[in-house]
Design a protein around this ligand. Sequence first.
Ligand SMILES: CCCCC/C=C\C/C=C\CCCCCCCC(=O)SCCNC(=O)CCNC(=O)[C@H](O)C(C)(C)COP(=O)(O)OP(=O)(O)OC[C@H]1O[C@@H](n2cnc3c(N)ncnc32)[C@H](O)[C@@H]1OP(=O)(O)O
Ligand SMILES: CCCCCCCCCCCCCCCCCC(=O)OC[C@@H](O)COP(=O)(O)O
Length: 380
Amino acid sequence: MIRMGILQVLKTQLLCHLIICYVFLVSGLIINLLQLCTLPLWPINKQLARKINCRLGYSISSQLVALLEWWSGTECTLFTAPESYKLYGKENAIVVLNHNFEIDFMTGWTFCERFGVLGSSKVLAKKELSYVPVIGWMWYFLEIVFCKRKWEEDRKTVVQSLRNLRDYPENFWFLLHCEGTRFTEKKHKISMEVAEKKGLPKLKYHLLPRTKGFCVTVQNLRGTATAVYDSTLNFRNNEIPTLLGVLNGKKYHADLYVRRIPLDKIPEDESECAAWLYKLYQEKDEFQEHYRQTGRFPGPVTSPPLRPWALLNWLFWVCLLVYPLCMLLLQLLLSGSTFTVICTSAFCLAVSVGIRWMIGQTEIDKSSNYGNKEMQMNNN
Ligand SMILES: CCCCC/C=C\C/C=C\CCCCCCCC(=O)SCCNC(=O)CCNC(=O)[C@H](O)C(C)(C)COP(=O)(O)OP(=O)(O)OC[C@H]1O[C@@H](n2cnc3c(N)ncnc32)[C@H](O)[C@@H]1OP(=O)(O)O
Ligand SMILES: CCCCCCCCCCCCCCCCCC(=O)OC[C@@H](O)COP(=O)(O)O
């Protein structure tokens, strides 16, 4: 009991956070460098280069999974049909997930890890994320599909990037947050005005989905992916999870409802496909209402087993990087040079500011203006 208390206090200590962030940043940059070294292999053996990059990518993203699963102890529960469960991880799939939480990317990754597709997981991500050190740079080598959220500019690049995935050598899940941005009250109000103009029913828990990305993904991955996993995520007890909360060791409870929909059930015609997606989001809204009323999603509950690999990978990097750091700091302090101590402190400060900026990328308060546009247009 006392040991648990001490551990919990330890998890809130700045020094622990600095060490975790240092390991993440330095290991991440080493892996980015190794990824860079695979460049000459691409023209010679593309499939091998891809497989190597999946393993290298895993070594980065699994650190955030380990942070969620092992450090914060967050529990992830899956509501899904047993016949669908058997297929998870054994086929390529398009995942449609609501975009409401700051850590929904980590939770998504955790489910990927449980089904063995973490290294190869893909997403239609906003271009800005490709500049984030470590994660964004890793994504470049994992052939993540980036968009500027300006369809005239995106159309060609998104289609091309999706086509490149047709011969991907590993099973992958391709994630789409069709809302295109995270939920805020203001964005919700604006998107419901758009829904009204389009004659669509209002949604209570979701922004109106953007349909172009979904339709183009289905079109281009038909024959490559076999199903759409309609995924609806929520956290128990109205928890509002954050990355800083996870770093502080706060335990959350994620509930995910997944329905497997065979891809051939989705209309090929673009406007029918768009209508299908609007209908899907109305159903997702009903699932959220059900969750609000009953505290659970429909369907049987399973807890996909925790795997040790994320923790082992993390421990490997901690062992490799913490000892040299301690020796270096000790040497610098013993050197007695004020200049060296100032330089070291400045370096540590720069690392902390950099990491804080990266964490800021996950914060809804710092969300982009995308989805506020209609309001701006109306105001002008
Ligand atoms: C099983 C568990 C989980 C498994 C997890 C699996 C994998 C994990 C992998 C990685 C994890 C890391 C996660 C990182 C997450 C990062 C995610 C992001 O970056 S989200 C942001 C980028 N992604 C998207 O935007 C995707 C959705 N967007 C689209 O599809 C868009 O269509 C687009 C392709 C980006 C193009 O956008 P653009 O705005 O240029 O054009 P649109 O045609 O979409 O917009 C015009 C259209 O929208 C209507 N409109 C206008 N205002 C609004 C509004 N406020 N709300 C809704 N709709 C609006 C407008 O009327 C036009 O309508 P129409 O199409 O009828 O003409
Ligand atoms: C072991 C780990 C230590 C952790 C230390 C710090 C880690 C810092 C991690 C930074 C991660 C950066 C990747 C962020 C991915 C965020 C995904 C996301 O949610 O993007 C938002 C977009 O979808 C929409 O953007 P908006 O239009 O809402 O704006």
